[in-house]
Design a protein around this ligand. Structure first.
Ligand SMILES: Nc1ncnc2c1ncn2[C@@H]1O[C@H](COP(=O)(O)OP(=O)(O)OP(=O)(O)O)[C@@H](O)[C@H]1O
Ligand SMILES: Cc1ncsc1CCO
Ligand SMILES: [Mg+2]
Length: 276
């Protein structure tokens, strides 16, 4: 459903305020993530104004995690050795009332991955962010052949699965794609920003999940709106970056630069968030 001009302005102004809160507060975000995404994720957080820390040793969780503002857990290159750190950090975050986000990368690739993901979901992430194939698989408890870490579904195919997952698990669910879908089980919002070439850069999804962690850590009273805002800011940075890029490699750099210099009027003229 297209948004009214008033609704559009309200969402844009809110999303900008949330980015300002992130920039002024510079939250410390712990990321336990896959080897592919570490660089882009850390640089995305820095460009947005947050402070990333890729700390994953089980021995360090009790000392470090209580001091972070937000946590991002991503199972992209999961091994049995990493899972205890992820669970310990999630438990510590919940205990100290810090928001955390789960990225269920390639959840259907194996029963091991699905089981690990289900165990992490039971530790009550504030937000789950995946592509459409991942959210469909997680919601339906499906493990079987899929397209690895990439999606072979449209985000709109996953709206009901996302709502059902949000309702049964009591979390916010975000599905990335041409239209990013954000739901808390009742309300559904769409973000119509971004460019298709963002899919041709590995770990843009992982990076936006980390950005969601920083947005919800900086706006703890409003995790649903902050999640939509993070996706909109990242999408707008992609659009601005694309206007200077020649392909995926230069888009990666221009997206980071655009996120760093993003100003209010440019953001407000590009942001497209609406109720669905
Ligand atoms: N067709 C599209 N048009 C506009 N933006 C898109 C499109 N597809 C993806 N995006 C944007 O690209 C980013 C990454 O989303 P994507 O769904 O590709 O994540 P992903 O599959 O989890 O990626 P990865 O696993 O490589 O990190 C999101 O910000 C999303 O909004
Ligand atoms: C390519 C790839 N493989 C495992 S994680 C990852 C990064 C994108 O999700
Ligand atoms: Mg992904």
């Amino acid at each position: 459903m297209p948004s009214s001009p008033c609704e559009k302005e309200e969402w844009g102004a809110k999303a900008w305020d949330f980015l300002c809160n992130l920039r002024s507060g510079s939250p410390l975000i712990q990321c336990i993530t896959n080897f592919v995404s570490m660089d882009l994720m850390a640089n995305t957080l820095l460009a947005a104004g947050a402070s990333p820390a890729m700390i994953h040793a089980l021995e360090e969780i009790p000392d470090f995690t209580p001091h972070v503002h937000g946590l991002c857990i991503n199972i992209g290159t999961l091994t049995p050795q990493w899972l205890p750190s992820m669970k310990a950090a999630a438990i510590e975050a919940s205990r100290s009332a810090k928001p955390w986000v789960l990225d269920p990368v390639a959840v259907s690739a194996s029963p091991f991955r699905l089981q690990a993901c289900n165990e992490l979901v039971d530790l009550k992430p504030t937000v789950i962010r995946g592509n459409a194939s991942e959210i469909l698989a997680l919601s339906n408890g499906f493990s079987g052949p899929n397209k690895g870490v990439d999606s072979n579904h449209s985000s709109m195919d996953a709206v009901e699965a996302a709502k059902s997952l949000a309702q049964t698990k009591g979390t916010i669910v975000a599905v990335s794609g041409a239209i990013d879908i954000i739901t808390n089980g009742t309300q559904v919002v769409g973000v119509h920003n971004g460019v298709p070439m963002m899919q041709r850069i590995t770990a843009t999804g992982c990076a936006v999940t980390a950005l969601i962690s920083a947005f919800i850590a900086s706006n703890v009273e409003h995790p649903f709106e902050a999640t939509a805002s993070a996706l909109a800011v990242f999408g707008v940075a992609g659009e601005l970056g694309m206007s200077k890029a020649n392909g995926p490699s230069s888009l990666r750099n221009h997206l980071i630069d655009s996120l760093h210099v993003l100003d209010r009027s440019t953001f407000l003229s590009h942001v497209r968030i609406s109720d669905l």
